[in-house]
Design a protein around this ligand. Structure first.
Ligand code: SF4
Ligand code: SF4
Length: 342
């Protein structure tokens, strides 16, 4: 498993997967407007219990998909054998087994690493509740959907964006009484959290973004570090221990010790810390530099070391990612996920 985990780390942190000319993916290509692959065509590659969502291209890539005898698929890296056997998993909406909707990629805020608001307007979805419900019904018919998740940029103001979440969560809950529902909103009051819970959400993700206040202030100049910590505490009261998640982006100049302190703090509050390596790309590079973020290339070794640290922090507080059935822990496509991948 150690070897599979290392390969997963190399794959998640590396470049695109080049497809053989003329090869047609056996599943629909995913075009995401959120997450590390936002704005690129991508596919999910699965091997040895791991899965990774990667940008795909016919022109170039650090990895190459190789189609062997009887359609057996493998991956090479810069021409050398890398993963001897992979399968390509279907994406429901944005990720496997989940209907994950980005309600609106536009955002009034300016987080330096975030690519959602920078996407070509043609990627713009601005989905109405009716349209989302139609898409959800379609997904439910076509796939075995295990969870429904929602994210969004902040459009107009925080109140009206939370109202959008409440609307889609309430509709989803009315149609599908038993499906786990996860939300990743930006909230600014305890009332917002209660409204989402009352509408029928089971899990909430409020992102701390950086373990260090000074880095946070440069990366997310419009957001409030202390406010997020206070709201996380309230979210645990409302949603329960193990049902509140907070992502931390690393690779922006923080140390491993900074991350350990922040994860201990979150876990002691009953919050599950998610770790996400910074991905620098053509869409966010200039903004990260302008913000004075010291972007670091995250090595697979660091990713593995930090994932172990994350697992130990959760373990000390009786937490596990298995209580989270929605969003990124359940998807597993972009990070090394303790208690699920290893
Ligand atoms: S709040 Fe920040 S991270 Fe979230 S969508 Fe807006 S700019 Fe992106
Ligand atoms: S891990 Fe999260 S960001 Fe990545 S594809 Fe899955 S749901 Fe999207």
């Amino acid at each position: 498993m150690e070897e599979a985990l290392r390969r997963k780390a190399v794959l998640t942190l590396g470049g695109a997967v080049r497809l053989p000319q003329g090869y047609e993916l056996p599943v629909r290509m995913s075009h995401s407007t959120a997450g590390p692959g936002a704005g690129f065509g991508s596919a999910v590659f699965a091997f040895e219990g791991c899965r990774v969502k990667k940008s795909v291209s016919y022109d170039e890539g650090e990895f190459e998909l190789v189609v062997g005898k009887r359609g057996k698929l493998s991956l090479t890296r810069k021409g050398k054998p890398f993963v001897p056997r992979v399968t390509i998993e279907p994406v429901v909406r944005h990720c496997p087994e989940q209907a994950f909707f980005n309600l609106d990629p536009r955002c009034i805020y300016r987080c330096a690493y975030c690519t959602s608001p920078l996407l070509d307007p043609s990627e713009d979805k601005h989905l109405s509740t009716e349209r989302i419900m139609a898409m959800l019904d379609e997904s439910m018919e076509e796939f075995d959907v295990k969870a429904v998740s929602f994210t969004s940029g902040v459009v107009g103001d925080v109140d009206s964006t939370v109202a959008r979440f409440v609307d889609v969560v309430r509709e989803t809950r009315a149609r599908y009484p038993d499906v786990p529902i996860g939300v990743e909103p930006y909230v600014s009051t305890p009332e917002h959290i209660r409204m989402l819970k009352d509408a029928g959400a089971d899990e909430i993700k409020l992102n701390l973004e950086s373990p260090r206040r000074d880095i946070f202030e440069r990366a997310c100049p419009d957001l409030d570090f202390d406010g997020i910590l206070d709201l996380l505490r309230i979210a645990v009261d409302v949603f329960g221990k193990g049902k509140v998640i907070s992502n931390i982006i690393y690779g922006m100049g923080e140390s491993d010790a900074d991350l350990d302190v922040a994860m201990e703090r979150l876990c002691s509050m009953g919050v599950l810390p998610g770790l996400r390596a910074l991905r620098v790309n053509d869409l966010n590079r200039a903004r990260l530099m302008e913000a004075g973020i010291r972007c670091e290339q995250v090595s697979p070794e660091r990713a593995m070391r930090l994932a172990e640290m994350q697992k130990r922090a959760m373990g000390r507080h009786g937490l596990t990612t298995e209580t989270s059935e929605t969003m990124c822990f359940s998807c597993k496509c972009c990070d090394l996920v303790p208690f699920r991948d290893f």
